[in-house]
Design a protein around this ligand. Structure first.
Ligand SMILES: Cc1cc2nc3c(=O)[nH]c(=O)nc-3n(C[C@H](O)[C@H](O)[C@H](O)COP(=O)(O)O)c2cc1C
Length: 319
């Protein structure tokens, strides 16, 4: 890949490559963030599964492990979000990726502390709200993505050009991108960079449980599904937990009943502790494109190699 100094995402975050590792609850701690940042992309600590004290520890450890830029993901619906925002501003984290909430809530405060802010959306209306709220970049995350998802179920191939038309900010595509070919496609659609989650779950440095990582290697087409639509649509592995929740939804269970069935700690039990039967396992459709667990730095290098070769092939074919 040629010099990307003028790429809007690289300029914004001070990275060499326009690749962001999605901040992922239970999967992206300081080890993964530091490994991705060392490889020239933006590593992101997922604060969604941390309290304020643990997040501070992860930020400090990441800083010890690399002098490259890194970020923190902050899901805005978290009950202790105020304390999380205190920590990222006190620690002067360079990049904050907010998600699942109103982008206007903390953007100004984060800017005052010197943080660059990108917000995750799944539709063009929310993207316009981001622009009004003054965020620095928008992450457009499509239906294929692992984890929480939009209600419109718009796939990345359609979402990215719609959002591109709606806003003039640096645009990062997410959802279903796990290879250099996918990254090239996203850039062709109008994105300036990509955010990748699923592929980085399946790395040595991700804190996902070993049993979960091993299961991911075996998953094929149709093995993940958008579930929990009555609560908060989430792409999950179709295990026993998924089937239990799906049956309850089909029977007409209320949001309250569903919440009660999930109980506390279900995501930790699945993704971190590795209960692949009754735990909540979030992963994207792209899981089926990944057939090995590798070091995260190697993954970044491979994606860039694939990108370059795909671009070359495309030029040869179209010239
Ligand atoms: C296991 C897992 C956990 C995730 N947790 C979060 C989270 O806490 N906050 C967030 O904004 N996005 C979260 N995401 C979404 C990712 O940050 C990223 O946008 C998404 O994975 C991109 O799509 P892909 O999975 O197809 O690569 C999660 C994704 C996965 C796979």
């Amino acid at each position: 890949m040629k010099e990307m100094k003028n790429n809007p995402v690289c300029k914004l975050f001070g990275t060499e490559l326009p690749i962001v590792c999605g901040g992922m609850a239970w999967c992206s701690g300081w080890r993964l963030a530091a490994a991705v940042s060392r490889a020239g992309a933006l590593g992101v600590i997922g604060s969604g599964s941390m309290d304020a004290g643990l997040l501070r520890e992860h930020i400090r450890r990441c800083r010890e492990a690399t002098d490259k830029p890194f970020g923190v993901n902050v899901p805005l619906q978290a009950p202790h979000v105020e304390r999380i925002i205190d920590v990222v501003t006190e620690e002067r984290v360079g990049a904050v990726i907010t998600s699942a909430g109103n982008p206007a809530l903390y953007t100004q405060r984060l800017h005052e502390a010197g943080c660059k802010v990108a917000h995750v959306v799944a539709d063009s209306r929310s993207a316009r709200k981001c622009a009004e709220a003054g965020v620095d970049a928008v992450i457009a995350e499509g239906f294929e993505a692992g984890g929480h998802n939009g209600r419109q179920e718009t796939a990345t191939l359609v979402l990215v050009p719609i959002v591109r038309r709606a806003i003039d900010l640096p645009l990062i595509a997410a959802g279903g991108i796990a290879t250099g070919e996918g990254m090239l496609a996203a850039l062709a659609l109008g994105a300036d960079g990509v955010q990748i989650g699923t592929r980085f779950v399946m790395t040595d440095e991700s804190s996902a449980g070993d049993a979960f990582k091993r299961l991911c290697l075996t998953l094929g087409e149709g093995d993940t599904m958008l579930a929990l639509k009555r609560l908060s649509p989430t792409r999950l592995v179709k295990n026993e937990f998924y089937r239990m929740m799906d049956e309850a939804e089909q029977r007409g269970a209320t949001a309250g009943q569903l919440e009660q069935m999930i109980g506390r700690g279900r995501a930790k039990r699945g993704m971190f502790d590795g209960d692949i039967v009754m735990g909540e396992l979030e992963i994207g459709q792209a899981v089926t494109l990944v057939r090995s667990i590798q070091p995260a730095g190697e993954v970044v290098g491979q994606i860039i190699g694939e990108f370059d070769r795909a671009l070359e092939r495309l030029c040869e074919r179209t010239m």
